[in-house]
Every structure is written in structure tokens, then in C-alpha cells.
Design a protein around this ligand. Structure first.
Ligand SMILES: O=P(O)(O)O[C@H]1O[C@H](CO)[C@@H](O)[C@H]1O
Ligand SMILES: O=c1cc[nH]c(=O)[nH]1
Length: 302
């Protein structure tokens, strides 16, 4: 994120609040945000967080600390960026740094981990009376038919069947929620990316899986129940359905932002291509056998 972006966003005339969708919250004397080690009685949340406009989340604690230090320098805030304090130091589940109007939080790996964090984050923003907050998931992913290093801005998050939906089991029943993301913001970010040099960026669908290995078609896990050909066939279908990258949190992120009236963006770097562009082209022209495609088409550097 560049400071010019935050200035442009700050000048917008949005006015939306965070909408928690839980009638029981109002009746509670105290709300303990257990995994943040924060609470409505123990902390003055409006004073601590009332000015937050951007929340950036990513899996790893070290990355989110480094990101917060980067933003500290970008925004030319007073003090030493090396000395920023982890607001959640009372727990080692997540880390949280506040730098000006930006909150940087780690969420761990996978849907259950980010989902717990999002419940407590959304309640925190609500208790702090925050307005016009934009949530960014800044993550890593495997690219599908992209050059390694390409940034993918998600138009929507899709499940393993390429549907824009997230299924949550509640009291033994499946509830399905939409995972469409804010198209206007995605286009706006794509526009900003053209102002940066050497940052290939595309908009595409992001597939969210519940597993890093078999779930993403990897052949190098402890278990593998499919052939290289079946893997390529699945990735080809994913590509045809508009999938450009694969990660593990976007569906619940998109679903929870939508339900709670928050603008959400998923922005991931494709670390490697699980199905690189050259191989895609070759497959299209049927110049290589599937076996050769598999051998030269897959590089796992994660
Ligand atoms: O790089 P982050 O954002 O942590 O996320 C990606 O990396 C993890 C897998 O290595 C998954 O959680 C996936 O979504
Ligand atoms: O291939 C990858 C890389 C990062 N994260 C994922 O979930 N998959």
C-alpha cells in the first residue's frame, strides 16, 4: 500500500459502520476477545482503535510485524519502527501492530484460524466504533497459469468446485454464504499497480482450499491419491473457471466481510506457478505429452 492510496481513500465520502450480526452481543456485560487478549472492560477499545481505517492481515507473525514497520516508515510516523509493540503480547495466538490508521494482524494458516481472528477483529472494530474500514488480506499463494511473482487481486474467492461460496456448519447444518469481493476496489488497486514498476498484477478468481497438499493438487505430501494427469486436468478446469491462484483463507475472509458490511480485498503474491504459463501454452497446442508437462511445469519453492 502506498501513502497516496491512503490519501485517496481518506478523501472518499463513504460512511459505513461495522455490522456485527449477533443480537446476543448487546446483552453481554463484557466481551472478551480471548485470542487477542483484549476485552471491553479491560481495555478502552474506542480510544485504542477508533481511528483505524485499514486492517491488513496475513498468515505469519513475522511478516505482519515487518509489514507494520514498513507502513510506519511509509507514513513517516514518529518513533522508531523497530520498537513497535505487539498489542496481543498477552497471547501467542495472533500478533497485532497499530501504526497510525493501519492495523497489521497475523491470522495463522487456514480457514479455522483466520475465522477465529476475524470474529474477534470485527467485534473489536464494532466496539471501537470504527467507520469506513477496508480489510486487506495480503498473502502468498500458488499461481495458476501465471509467471511466479505475479500479484493476484481477487475478483472473488471460490471453493474447490470453483463456486463463489463459503460453507459454514452451524449446529450441524450447512449455511452457505457468498464470497464475492468489492469489484470497484479491485479495479482501483489494479490501476494503482500500473503506477508501480515491475509488478505484474492481474485480477482473477482465487481458489481457497482446506489443505496445502492434496487439496491443492500437490504430489509431494505424505498422502497423494491422484495421478499427475488428474492433477493437471483439475488445474486446467480451475483455470478455465477463471482461477488464477490458490490459497487457504479467502472464502471465509470474503464471506465475513460481506455479511458484516466491510470492504474486503484479497491481494496475494503467486510464489510460483503450479501450472506455469509456458506449459499452459504448450498444453493448448498439444506439443508436449502430459508426462513432460508435469515434469517441467511444477516448481514448488514454498
Ligand atoms: O502466506 P499466507 O498469507 O500466510 O497464506 C498462504 O500460505 C499458507 C500455506 O503455506 C496458507 O495459509 C496460504 O493461504
Ligand atoms: O502454493 C501455495 C503457496 C502459498 N500458499 C498456498 O496456499 N499455496
Amino acid at each position: 500500500m502506498r501513502s497516496s492510496y491512503s490519501q485517496r481513500v481518506a478523501s472518499r465520502v463513504w460512511s459505513f459502520t461495522v455490522q456485527v450480526k449477533n443480537p446476543h452481543l448487546d446483552t453481554m456485560e463484557e466481551d472478551i476477545l480471548y485470542h487477542f487478549s483484549l476485552g471491553t472492560k479491560t481495555h478502552n477499545l474506542p480510544e485504542m482503535f477508533g481511528d483505524i481505517k485499514f486492517v491488513c492481515v496475513g498468515g505469519s507473525a513475522n511478516r505482519m510485524r515487518a509489514f507494520a514497520q514498513f507502513i510506519h516508515q511509509e507514513l513517516q510516523l514518529p518513533g522508531n519502527s523497530e520498537e513497535i509493540r505487539d498489542i496481543c503480547e498477552g497471547t501467542d495466538r495472533y500478533c497485532m501492530y497499530k501504526v497510525g490508521p493501519v492495523l497489521s494482524i497475523s491470522h495463522g494458516m487456514g480457514v479455522p484460524s483466520i475465522s477465529i481472528m476475524l470474529h474477534e477483529l470485527i467485534k473489536l472494530l464494532h466496539h471501537a466504533h470504527c467507520r469506513d474500514v477496508v480489510l486487506f488480506r495480503i498473502g502468498t499463494s500458488g499461481g495458476v497459469g501465471l509467471a511466479p511473482g505475479t500479484v493476484v487481486i481477487s475478483s472473488k474467492a471460490v471453493d474447490h468446485s470453483f463456486h463463489p461460496q463459503f460453507e459454514q456448519v452451524v449446529l450441524g447444518k450447512v449455511i452457505t454464504r457468498s464470497t464475492e469481493l468489492d469489484e470497484g476496489l479491485a479495479n482501483e488497486l489494479l490501476q494503482y499497480s500500473t503506477e508501480l514498476q515491475d509488478l505484474p498484477t492481474v485480477i482473477g478468481n482465487t481458489m481457497c482450499t482446506h489443505d496445502f497438499y492434496e487439496g491443492q493438487g500437490r504430489l509431494d505430501g505424505a498422502l497423494c491419491s491422484f495421478s499427475p494427469e488428474e492433477k493437471l486436468e483439475y488445474l486446467r478446469k480451475a483455470h478455465e473457471a477463471g482461477v488464477r491462484n490458490i490459497e487457504m483463507e479467502s472464502t471465509v475472509f470474503a464471506a465475513m466481510c460481506r455479511v458484516c458490511g466491510l470492504k474486503g480485498i484479497v491481494l496475494c503474491n503467486a510464489l510460483h506457478s503450479v501450472w506455469c504459463r509456458d506449459v499452459f501454452v504448450a498444453l493448448q497446442h498439444r506439443r508436449l505429452t502430459v508426462g513432460q508437462i508435469f515434469t517441467c511445469g511444477t516448481t514448488f519453492i514454498h
